[in-house]
Design a protein around this ligand. Structure first.
Ligand code: NAI
Ligand code: MG
Length: 499
């Protein structure tokens, strides 16, 4: 591995941004935490402290919820036209585009991901997300309803979709800015007000986005951003009696805690959780695209994707060729710090994740899995892991059942295509799946049998703001994106008038 020679010149705003202690955004003001405490974030490429951030806790969440409540009930947000709301969200997208390089660098420093990837994936997707939901602000409609059991003309009935109210949003560290965009876009379009809690590992782009939210003209108190730990700030937000809805992305384990915490006031809950997604390659697939496709399905974002194609099922005749191809692909991936222009794969986000992923690699080896390539940490500085392809696994192994959330794929042969749906569905998760074949009948018939919220055919990790994303089974509740997500941020009111 090359050493951390930072070939890309850091953006002046970025160096300035990380050196100053970052405050939290409550009611349009940048403030310290009530306790005065701060926490540190780290550069995952070096393990060194990157910045100091105000540490939010229950009292800060309380202040933020009060501000969001006031903005929702009586503030300018409650009276603003949908068109103006849409314009503000569009402006936010424009501002993000204007500051693209700065945000991409901040994201790379905080999360570890290659800068070149942040530039072409995280940023454009976030910008497009705001633009897509800017358009929805003016298109949230109800229906007029012909009542079925009453004489015609007795009643006039209609439905309206109203914003659900104050929304708590808790997001993870794998796509820090994009997850903020996924959550904020539809909530703003619907007319909700928000308390956002970024992940403690990666709060910087969400906080910087708060400045752009102000610049876009979104009124004070509409978006409040409280960084802090999950067990304190996150838990307080999920349990808060004056929050109407909580939207969460993260581990299935914490998803269940959120659900329990939400029970107190029966707030609405949507959850986007873990996965162990099957990626299925048939003998008749175009292997020239399936092989690099399978590699990027798992190695993209260091494997830290909830929908990563982590269980690679390959029909017997193609098995050796695909394994060899994916392993060859993996061995050519340049594992470097995110600021190195040649970096294809950066460090994992934290020491905790490094230990977690290495723990899985050890357990796989102990249980008899063989690493065709990779299989261990890369270097001794930073949190790098070698892209790894495991064979000789069996369905009971932890590496086959549990979400690793690192650049580790298990390659498993299959011989009976009629059994592959059952094998693919043999998991507690149901987030995504991939199918590679030239036979469209086979592809669509298998797609119908897979219990997952997204099925990619002859592609993988393709996202669009218009396409709903979310999980079956323990991968979550509800959907992000598309018009589907707007249902989570609105309540339906039936109005019935006697004529
Ligand atoms: P996590 O689920 O603990 O963290 C996600 C977010 O939840 C963070 O903002 C965190 O502060 C917050 N949180 C944690 N505990 C909370 C609580 N009790 N109440 C309210 N909020 C809380 O995930 P973690 O520990 O960082 O990663 C562990 C594993 O979770 C990963 O190895 C991966 O398997 C999975 N994960 C899945 C993600 C996804 O996109 N579905 C994203 C991040 C992690
Ligand atoms: Mg956790």
């Amino acid at each position: 591995m090359a050493t951390a020679s930072v070939a890309v010149r850091p953006h002046e705003n970025v160096t300035g941004y990380v050196t100053k202690t970052r405050k939290m955004l409550i009611n349009g003001k940048w403030v310290d935490s009530a306790s005065g405490k701060t926490f540190e974030t780290y550069n995952p490429a070096t393990g060194e402290v990157l910045s100091h951030v105000a540490e939010g806790d229950k009292e800060d969440i309380d202040r933020a919820v009060k501000a969001a409540r006031a903005a929702f009930e009586t503030g300018p947000w409650s009276k603003i036209s949908p068109s103006e709301r849409g314009r503000m969200i569009w402006r936010l997208g424009d501002l993000l585009e204007k500051h693209l390089e700065e945000f991409a660098q901040l994201e790379s420093l905080d999360n570890g991901k290659p800068l070149k990837i942040a530039r072409v994936a995280d940023l454009p997707l976030s910008i497009d997300h705001f633009r897509y939901y800017a358009g929805w602000a003016t298109k949230i409609e109800g229906n007029t309803v012909p009542m079925s059991g009453w004489k015609q003309g007795m009643f006039h009935a209609y439905t309206v979709r109203e914003p659900v109210g104050v929304v708590g949003q808790i997001i993870p560290w794998n796509f820090p800015l994009l997850m903020a965009a996924w959550k904020l876009g539809p909530a703003l379009a619907s007319g909700c007000t928000i308390v956002l809690k970024p992940a403690e590992q990666t709060p910087l782009t969400a906080l910087r986005l708060g400045e752009l939210i102000q610049e876009a003209g979104i009124p004070d108190g509409v978006v409040n951003i409280v960084p802090g730990y999950g067990e304190t700030a996150g838990a307080a937000l999920a349990a808060h009696p004056d929050v109407d809805k909580v939207a969460f992305t993260g581990s299935t384990e914490v998803g269940k805690l959120i659900l329990k915490a939400a029970a107190g006031n029966l707030k609405k809950v949507s959850l986007e959780l873990g996965g162990k997604s099957p990626n299925i390659i048939f003998d008749d697939a175009d292997l020239d695209s399936a092989i690099p496709g399978a590699a990027s399905a798992i190695f993209f974002n260091q494997g830290q994707c909830c929908c990563a194609g982590s269980r690679l099922y390959i029909e017997k005749k193609a098995f050796d060729k695909v394994v060899e191809g994916v392993a060859d692909n993996a061995s050519k991936i340049r594992v470097r710090p995110g600021f190195d222009p040649d970096s294809d794969l950066g460090p994992l986000v934290s020491e905790e994740q490094l230990n977690r992923v290495c723990g899985f690699l050890e357990s796989g080896a102990k249980e008899g899995a063989k690493a065709v390539t990779g299989g261990s940490r890369e270097g001794t500085t930073g949190y790098f892991v070698k892209p790894t392809v495991l064979i000789n696994t069996n369905p009971k192994m932890k590496v086959v059942q549990e979400e690793i959330f690192g650049p580790v794929v298990t390659a498993i042969p299959f011989s009976d295509p009629s059994e592959i749906a059952a094998t693919a569905n043999d998991t507690i998760y149901g987030l995504a799946a991939g199918i590679w074949t030239r036979d469209i009948k086979k592809a669509h018939s298998l797609a119908s049998k897979i219990k997952a919220g997204t099925v990619w055919i002859n592609c993988y990790n393709i996202f669009d703001a218009s396409l709903p994303f979310g999980g079956y089974k323990q991968s979550g509740w509800g959907r992000e994106m598309g018009h589907e997500v707007l249902e989570h941020y609105t309540e339906v009111k039936s109005v019935c008038a006697a004529l």
